[in-house]
Structures are given as structure tokens and as C-alpha cells.
Write a protein that binds this ligand. Structure first.
Ligand code: IMP
Ligand code: MG
Length: 177
């Protein structure tokens, strides 16, 4: 069953685009002398990732990792499961993790541990949205698109029960969910 919950635009498509270009420029500057592997965290980052890498103008390699932390609810289960391992070896490489949203911080903490066990040379995090409301792990976000304090967000890759990912802007899904 599809849902049609009320939503309101929080960040419009043009504002997202402008911010993503700025992030790409900062990343290009910071990694000019690096061996950058940009790794998108599936599925939520796929649209952000596609736009971000096209705003990066240094040589990079691209990969994805699939993890899941949420069931079909709006609250993290707290348990991270690796669904798809990356195919590139990251040993001695500079890993940039691209996340849709950092909420509790559990996923980013798990990913940092995973890539350090793979002996990456450096690990940084680029998140489209920093949502600090439910943060339980203090995690460093090196590149942040937007700090949005609270609410359940959809669109531009973000889902609620796998819907709304295709919407071009970022929306706040209004309660009751
Ligand atoms: P964390 O492990 O609690 O930081 O959760 C990270 C993941 O939960 C994100 O990568 C999203 O997939 C999902 N998530 C957290 N908040 C939202 C939201 O507001 N909308 C959609 N997905 C969310
Ligand atoms: Mg999700």
C-alpha cells in the first residue's frame, strides 16, 4: 500500500544543488593530493551521491556499501547489518563516506569502525543532513549539507517505508506517521 502523508518542503531543489556544489568544491580542494574513494551508503545516499561526485573535479573512485539500521519504522533498531560489502579494496586509501542523514550516529560509528578494520588511510564523513535530535553516539561529520534539528525527512533519496525517495526536494513528513 502506498501512503500519502502530508509533507512540507524544508529544502528546495535549487538550494540543495547550490550546497552540493559547495561540498564538491571543498572535497576537491581537501583531497587534491589524496587517493580518494567515495563510498555511498545505500540506499538513502544514491541521489546525493550522484550529484556530489559530479561536483568533484579531482580523480576519484566510486563504490557503495549497503547497511541497514531501520526496520519499517521511523526509529533506529540500533542494530546495524552489512547487506552489501564494497567491491573496491580501501587499504591505504582515503575513504569518504557519503550518508543521507546522521540521526542517532550508530550507522556512522559502525561504518567508521568497519573501514578502519579494512585499514583505510583516512576516513571522513559527508552527510547531506545532520539531525542531532536523537544523537546517542558523538560522531564527527566532516562535510555537512544541512543541519535540520528534528522531524522525519523524505525526498532526494530519503524514504519512509521505501516511498518518497524520488522527490526532488527535502520534505518534512508531518505527523501522524
Ligand atoms: P542513525 O544510525 O540513527 O544515524 O540512522 C541513520 C539512517 O537512518 C539514515 O542513513 C537513514 O537511512 C535513516 N534515517 C534517520 N532519520 C531519517 C529521516 O528523518 N528520514 C529518513 N531516513 C532517516
Ligand atoms: Mg532509510
Amino acid at each position: 500500500m502506498h501512503t500519502s502523508l502530508t509533507r512540507e518542503v524544508i529544502v528546495d531543489a535549487q538550494t540543495i544543488h547550490q550546497r552540493v556544489v559547495q561540498l564538491g568544491q571543498a572535497i576537491s580542494r581537501d583531497y587534491a593530493d589524496g587517493n580518494l574513494v567515495v563510498i555511498g551508503v545505500l540506499k538513502g545516499s544514491f541521489i546525493f551521491m550522484a550529484d556530489l561526485i559530479r561536483a568533484i573535479d579531482i580523480p576519484i573512485r566510486v563504490d557503495f556499501i549497503g547497511v541497514s539500521s531501520y526496520g519499517n519504522t521511523t526509529v533506529s533498531s540500533g542494530e546495524i547489518v552489512l547487506k552489501n560489502a564494497p567491491s573496491l579494496a580501501v587499504r591505504d586509501q582515503d575513504v569518504l563516506l557519503v550518508e543521507d542523514i546522521v540521526d542517532s550516529g550508530l550507522t556512522v560509528q559502525w561504518l567508521r569502525d568497519y573501514f578502519s578494520s579494512q585499514e583505510a588511510r583516512s576516513i571522513k564523513v559527508c552527510a547531506l543532513i545532520d539531525k542531532a535530535e536523537r544523537r546517542t553516539q558523538s560522531v564527527q561529520i566532516d562535510y555537512c549539507g544541512f543541519a535540520i534539528p528534528k522531524g522525519f525527512l523524505v525526498g532526494y533519496g530519503l524514504d519512509f517505508n521505501e516511498e518518497y525517495r524520488h522527490l526532488p526536494a527535502i520534505y518534512h513528513l508531518l505527523p501522524p506517521l
